[in-house]
Design a protein around this ligand. Sequence first.
Ligand code: COA
Length: 395
Amino acid sequence: MAGVAGRLARRWCPGVLRSPVQVTCAPALQLHGSRPAMRATQQDFENAMNQVKLLKKDPGNEVKLKLYALYKQVTDGPCNTPKPGMLDFVNKAKWEAWKELGSLPQETARQNYVDLVARLSSSEAPRPARPTAEGPRSGSDAVLVSSEGAITKITLNRPSKKNAITTQMYQDIMQALKAAGDDDSAITVLTGSGDYYCSGNDLSNFTDIPPGGLEEKAKNSAVLLRDFVACFIDFPKPLVAVVNGPAVGISVTLLGLFDVVYATDRATFHTPFSHLGQSPEGCSSYLFPKIMGSAKAAEMLIFGKKLTAGEAFDQGLVTQVFPDSTFQKEVWARLKAFSKLPPNSMRISKELLRKMEKEKLHAVNAEECRVLQTRWLSDECMNAVMSFLSQKSRL
Ligand code: COA
């Protein structure tokens, strides 16, 4: 089984990234297209295990952990094995996911496994470029894309982890932005679900080490980050951040690349790069001094000073702050009115505003990623990330 799991992990991340979570699967059989009315049988379970092998897209570590946990619950029952050591991140994460299922009955675990695989398979089915009606459109569970009239809304949807961005989510957001840039919407919005806007880069991304080791990991991550930020630099339509709660790290630095930033008065803005042995990204090393002046930018980007929503507004990072109780209502009413403006005119105006800076922004982005690539390999960074992850394991 371990061999099959290893092959699966390699197939999901061909030659570049080795998944830290290996999901066990089994021989081939066809999954039912729709959910059966009766409870999942052993045959359904085996079909689902086979279907996992056919997935083309890596579903991300969180989903793989869920699959692993459910599989273990079905085959071995509740988790009774000893907890792996604090620094054995991968096995500890797998153990925790399994343990979390408690005494979930095996039949329920089997049904949940089958349902989850069915959802993953159906999310890979081809989708129309634009929905015919409003509502959910596409994206993995952690990044939702929907249409609200002439607005494309991209929602970070991982509230249990404060919307921390996994490697898969970086890819999903890029894909969503590319589609939104080409669709017939007038405005694109990025927001978060739950109490946070986003807690920045998922620090457990650092534990997903490919066969080429840390150097390869740092190089791949720098390429991913550069491509990710480039999507924001090049985005052709008005891009609005609806900051529904606290924002950390890259979700803050990127704000300089948005056209408008609306924030709830509950939001805070925090870039603890020095605390993590890292350095600024998202073109913030260039845009923040321009937006707020070099002294304020340094206090934020070098010393990690956390801003309240009011301070972020005073410093020009936020367009307007709204009381949390009326935030969604007021912001969406305003956005709906804006989205009725002539879309081509808005697109052309945005192009004019961005045009002279574009080349510079790409150069800044490349340089920030080059520096970060070396930072990620530094002792300062590794110790800080280890400290965050091991603090978690002590809770
Ligand atoms: N990476 C990975 N996991 C994260 C995360 C991140 N950036 N942010 C939050 N999480 C996880 C927590 O580990 C926790 O997981 P658990 O429930 O499995 O233990 C869960 O999300 C909820 O977070 P928690 O820390 O319990 O909530 P909180 O309200 O006490 O604190 C934060 C929220 C965001 C302040 C805190 O989680 C934090 O400091 N995260 C790191 C932020 C960061 O440094 N980002 C990178 C910037 S460059």
